[in-house]
Design a protein around this ligand. Sequence first.
Ligand SMILES: [Zn+2]
Length: 101
Amino acid sequence: MGNLFQRESKDCRSFQDALEDLPVKGNARLSAEEWIGELPAAEAKHAGECVTCHTALEEFAETRNALAGMATVEAGPWFVSRVMAAIVEGAGRRGPGRSLE
Ligand SMILES: [Zn+2]
């Protein structure tokens, strides 16, 4: 993979891993700060010290919240992958909000 981080350290890697391991909290919407509270102490500390990882955390919170907003209806796995596709598409386009259809 490419060089995503200017200074990719071991701490950054374990932070990213910890983020991905966080469970989806139903349709709860947590802020980046609240997600920090869900992280192990070492990773929570790192988020406060590393700009790269703090940005990653904020993007993570946004993505999770977008999913949470759409998961209020009983949604099957197919729906989640569709939502993910829409998020990826929207992030690439950066245009005004488009509906899923
Ligand atoms: Zn970091």
